[in-house]
Ligand binder design. Structure first.
Ligand code: SF4
Length: 682
């Protein structure tokens, strides 16, 4: 079907699936101003006409009764419909009179680059603060400092399409068959050609069952021990890439000395994986021509996540696996705009284009934007803003489900002087708001998004938003105007915003809306309009100041909270193929919701028998922070002593149990390891 073709009142609008970071192309089928279907986009290079269940049902939540259609203002404890004029005036009056440090803005990877650019510009230009953060704090805040310290940039180094070129794929801490189905397809194709697949996971997931040649079923929280043991094996067998180490890295001797002090028996005891299997995995990875590491939350969502990722990057450099298609260390970011919500700068430590917050960057953007007094100190992170800011503005995020320690989050949000939420639905968090503003979804606005492999793609407006809902950037533009900044925000279209983005974000300089008509978009860096984009990073040199990769010595550290006699189980969590994040969209899609309607906890069959727990029985999980009731699912696919829950279901939310962060620099909460006990009440 031709893009935008119209037959018998039916139009096919090409756009991008709104869910995971793969960025599959889809055609929206529009009839009489309403979306009535989704068709595969066969020429799209990411998915070649295939979509997972979420993509095939990507539009159904749009017509839920629960869509927000008018601004709502809380009066005497209940929400009343209000005009835009009244709602935005109330917000503007409050914001004009507060100290910049008491304001914070939480945004989301569901928003477009244009939304995010305008939001960060508002926070810095109008509110004069860097208190701005998003849910990347909870997924890849460890990735950026870790990969910057080793290779100078926190991005995916290969293209997802080139994963097919690898002859060994090391999947660390991610169940890609459920979380990135199109990337799993690439791995399957590579495997059919020649590739060996190694998976680390405490569970025998569907990814392990379908893709793994070697499954390292490690104890949670022992990744560094496992990776160090693999590197020790590489060196003991003389499998390191001496030429690569010599030409392109520094710090090798320190790493070699440290690894020589390690003992494989200790590695076996701590990880729970036999040393023979660790050695087999190490030799398989090191002997490959092109070995590729894919990782996600199981590695990154730990208080020690930075060390986990540095160790993976060490392994890739040790074996010369950077700079060619199908190699590198590749963070799989979960959101539709998972890369863009770093690139645009809506985070406390970077101005747009990853310019670190400093006097110099503040001056640069004062010059660009024609304003004075831009903030030059790093702002507060997500949880610090929830705790400390008196006024909080949230766009597209649902911290009552996605932030750790839900009971504390509720108390802190309830104590705000003003809580403004801009979203498409009422959520668990909007209940606590003072003002709720209705936003447009991805099919109701134009814009761009940037996926997992730095792939910038266009999304197209296919239908009007319901009621009075508006694109996020328009809401912020109007609020900025009311606060005296109309001139600085006089954007009339998303294209005009993108033109400003490409002026000030060097990685996007050569990308235009016109060039993005091409299926599959353009991968940054793209420095000029005749540049094709970049599918492989670090070909000649790394992104560090001297261009060399820097080995890091990483020692094992225990998780923040260990199991003990009172709390003897390790609790961890993850995603399902049918749902997405806090379920705001997928649980309103009947077909997806019918597949899995509520939460459950996986428990090893032997553990369950010892406690007398039956399959399907409701049990109580308790941590030091809270308790939830949940249905037990008995399985032998999980290690003894480990419990797993999906985290899409607010009525049994894992984050009631999970704990706080380990502190700077990433402030990553200890999502993937917390100590719990089980109680049975019959
Ligand atoms: Fe959408 Fe991801 Fe599924 Fe593709 S793989 S259809 S982007 S959810």
């Amino acid at each position: 079907m031709i893009k935008g073709e119209c037959k018998m009142n039916i139009e096919y609008v090409p756009t991008i699936c709104p869910y995971c970071g793969c960025g599959c192309g889809v055609y929206l089928v529009v009839k009489d101003g309403k979306i009535v279907g989704v068709e595969p986009w066969k020429e799209h290079p990411v998915n070649e006409g295939k979509n997972c269940p979420k993509g095939r049902n990507a539009y159904k939540f749009l017509y839920s009764e629960k869509r927000l259609k008018k601004p709502l203002v809380k009066e005497n404890g209940s929400f009343k419909e209000a005009s835009w004029e009244k709602s935005l005036s109330l917000i503007a009056e409050k914001l004009k009179n507060i100290d910049p440090d008491s304001f914070g803005f939480i945004n989301s990877g569901k928003l477009t680059n244009e939304d995010l650019y305008v939001i960060q510009k508002f926070t810095r230009c109008v509110m004069k603060t860097n208190n701005i953060d998003n849910c990347s704090r909870f997924c890849h805040s460890t990735t950026v400092p870790a990969l910057i310290s080793t290779v100078g940039s926190g991005v995916m180094s290969t293209s997802q399409i080139n994963i097919e070129k690898a002859d060994c794929i090391f999947i660390a801490g991610t169940n890609i068959k459920e979380t990135y189905p199109m990337i799993a397809l690439r791995v399957m194709r590579a495997k059919k050609k020649v590739a060996k697949v190694i998976v680390t996971d405490p569970r025998r997931t569907v990814t392990v069952r379908l893709l793994a040649d070697i499954h390292l079923q490690l104890n949670p929280g022992t990744d560094v021990v496992l990776i160090n043991a693999m590197m020790k094996t590489v060196l003991d067998n003389g499998l390191e890439d001496k030429d690569f180490i010599e030409r392109r890295t520094k710090g090798f001797n320190e790493l070699r000395n440290y690894l020589s002090s390690l003992n494989m028996n200790d590695a076996e005891r701590i990880t729970g994986v036999s040393s023979d299997l660790i050695k087999e995995a190490a030799r398989t990875y090191a002997k490959a021509e092109n070995a590729c590491i894919l990782y996600n939350a199981g590695i990154a969502q730990h208080a020690v996540g930075i060390g986990n990722i540095q160790a993976l990057s060490d392994l890739a450099m040790l074996t010369g696996n950077y700079g060619r298609p199908g190699t590198g260390v590749n963070p799989l970011r979960g959101h539709i705009n998972g890369e863009g919500f770093g690139d645009m700068g809506p985070i406390p430590v970077f101005y747009p284009g990853f310019r670190r917050v400093s006097e110099k960057s503040a001056k640069l953007f004062e010059n660009y934007w024609g304003v004075e007094g831009l903030p030059s100190n790093p702002g507060m992170t997500y949880m610090d803003m929830i705790e400390k800011c008196d006024v909080l503005y949230i766009a597209g995020a649902n911290p009552m489900v996605s932030a750790p320690d839900t009971n504390q989050v509720r108390k802190m949000l309830e104590s705000k002087d003003l809580l403004v939420i801009q979203d498409i639905f009422l959520t668990e968090t909007t209940e606590l708001a003072d003002i709720i503003l209705p936003a447009a979804t991805w099919v109701e606005k134009d814009g761009t998004i940037t996926q997992v492999d730095r792939r910038v793609q266009r999304i197209k407006k296919a239908v009007d938003p319901p009621g009075e809902a508006k694109p996020d950037w328009k809401i912020i533009r109007e609020l900025s105007g009311m606060m005296g900044f109309r001139e600085k925000f006089k954007f009339n279209s998303s294209k005009e915003i993108f033109e400003e983005i490409r002026k000030y974000v060097p990685q996007y300089s050569g990308i235009t809306y016109d060039r993005l008509k091409k299926a599959g978009g353009i991968q940054w860096p793209c420095p000029s309009e005749d540049h094709p984009g970049t599918d492989t990073m670090f070909v000649e040199s790394f992104g560090t100041p001297e261009g060399l990769g820097a080995f890091q010595v990483v020692e094992h550290k225990n998780p923040v909270e260990m199991i003990d006699e009172e709390y003897p189980y390790v609790f961890t969590n993850g995603r399902l193929i049918f749902h997405y994040h806090s379920g705001t969209m997928t649980r309103k899609t009947e077909r997806l919701n019918n597949e899995v309607r509520g939460g459950f906890v996986e428990i090893n069959i032997d553990d369950a028998r010892k406690k007398g727990i039956r399959d399907g029985e409701e049990i109580i999980l308790k941590s030091r922070r809270g308790e939830i009731r949940v249905i037990a699912k008995l399985t032998d696919n999980i290690r003894k002593g480990v419990l797993f829950m999906p985290w899409h279901f607010s009525e049994s939310s894992p984050n009631v149990l999970t704990g706080p962060s380990a502190g700077p620099p990433s402030k990553m909460p200890e999502f993937k390891f917390c100590a719990v006990k089980i109680e049975i009440k019959r």
